[in-house]
Design a protein around this ligand. Structure first.
Ligand SMILES: *Cc1c(COP(=O)(O)O)cnc(C)c1O
Length: 398
């Protein structure tokens, strides 16, 4: 089928890459051991710390987010170490599996894929661990498979109250640059991130933001590591050099994306995502569908997952939408496969892109014969531009 106009890429990552960033990436490849590149890379690594809200070092790999997650574990832990994880969804399962393959002993707190990491469970598990056998707590900040954002400051508070010395390792792959994130203030020890979600660049960069405590853990950590080893990278990065060939053109793109975020202001970036997420939820409720996230305090601002009525295949709906409107939505993953659609509203995004996205879904629901109420899009538009506010917000002529 021939499609005209622009493809709508509304999966929760990889996300739409701004033209400015694409143009930056198209720059000529340069010598990664030369002074010009070193200057660019050092500046990018300095500037990206603001997005993590950290004053500490950030290591950058030519990898996807999964690689950055493996790096976080192998640099801080030893074979047989106990690690506490929470079953929030597909991505928590990823870390459980990676941990197991690396020879860690994973305590996996069961969950229903509709809630975030539970502070009460953290309290019970860590409180019972009086000998401090648990060496790290791993939390997926924004669970991209369900649209649930764990309340990290509460997990931190529990760890502080109990005075448990475990490291706090956080997967911020789909929250960094879209949902408020504070590496230093929340005393996160390693933050795992990737390039292709809130950071608005294509896949291919993985990041670790590293605390002093994580650096100390690194000195005694015995898991084997070579490519992922922080130490050679930490020695070279301040000068803008790498122990491997960096993803040069993605770093050009990252430089431009960071500039765009600076122009908008990080607080405004967060508020924009909050606002779009609220409108997306208004649409889902308007259609009479169920939001996967069960607790309003844990609603994600970067992705909304909606359950289809029982007996209706979410993948068929996504196919109808792709065929008719050239829009890609996120598939339900794992336990939610075939049952949910995931609407990505993160990164390079605005009101009309959201309105177009939701319109495509509403038309798709009709064409696919999925029972729903009309009026989801109307509810979203009302959320974005409330009629009651029109007199205040629109300046009168003269
Ligand atoms: C996308 C994602 C990952 C995996 O990152 P890749 O870049 O696909 O390796 C991990 N965790 C979360 C929360 C994600 O959204």
């Amino acid at each position: 089928m021939v499609h005209t106009g622009r493809h709508f890429l509304q999966i929760p990552g990889p996300t739409n890459v701004p033209d400015r960033v694409l143009r930056a990436i198209a720059g000529a490849v340069m010598d990664h051991r030369g002074q010009e590149f070193a200057r660019i890379a050092a500046q990018v690594l300095e500037n990206i710390r603001a997005v993590f809200q950290t004053k500490g070092p950030v290591v950058m790999y030519p990898s996807s987010g999964t690689g950055a997650g493996e790096a976080a574990l192998v640099n801080t832990l030893s074979p047989g170490d106990r690690v506490l994880m929470f079953e929030t969804g597909h991505f928590s399962q990823l870390w459980q599996q990676v941990g197991g393959k690396l020879g860690l002993q994973v305590d996996y707190v069961p969950g229903n894929w509709r809630r975030g990491a539970s502070p009460a469970d953290a309290q019970a598990r860590l409180g019972a661990d009086v000998r401090h056998a648990i060496k790290a707590v791993v939390v997926v900040h924004n669970e991209t498979s369900s649209g649930v954002t764990s309340v990290l400051p509460e997990i931190r508070r529990v760890m502080d109250q109990i005075r448990h010395p475990a490291l706090l390792i956080v997967d911020a792959v789909s929250s960094l640059g879209s949902i408020e994130y504070r590496h230093d203030e929340w005393q996160v020890d390693v933050t795992i991130a990737g390039s292709q979600k809130g950071l608005m660049i294509p896949p291919g960069l993985g990041f670790n933001a590293i605390s002093e405590k994580a650096l100390a853990a690194n000195k005694i950590a015995k898991l084997p590591r070579a490519y992922w080893d922080w130490q050679p990278a930490l020695k070279l990065l301040p000068e803008g050099f790498f122990p491997y060939t960096p993803a040069i053109n993605l770093i050009y793109g990252l430089r431009e994306a960071l500039q765009m975020m600076r122009e908008e202001g990080l607080e405004n970036v967060y508020r924009r995502h909050d606002r779009h997420a609220e409108a997306a939820r208004a649409a889902v409720r308007g259609w009479g569908l169920e939001i996967v996230c069960e607790d309003a305090r844990e609603y994600s601002s970067s992705i909304t997952a909606a359950l289809l009525p029982a007996g209706h295949d979410a993948d068929k709906l996504r196919q109808v939408i792709l065929d008719h409107f050239d829009m890609s939505l996120g598939a339900g993953l794992g336990k939610l496969a075939g049952r949910a659609i995931r609407i990505g509203h993160l990164g390079h995004f605005n009101d009309l892109m959201l309105a177009g996205t939701l319109s495509g879904i509403e038309m798709g629901l009709r064409l696919a014969g999925v029972p729903h109420r009309d009026g989801g899009v109307a509810a979203a538009l009302e959320s974005l531009a409330p009629a009651s506010k029109s007199v205040e917000s629109v300046p009168l002529a003269r």
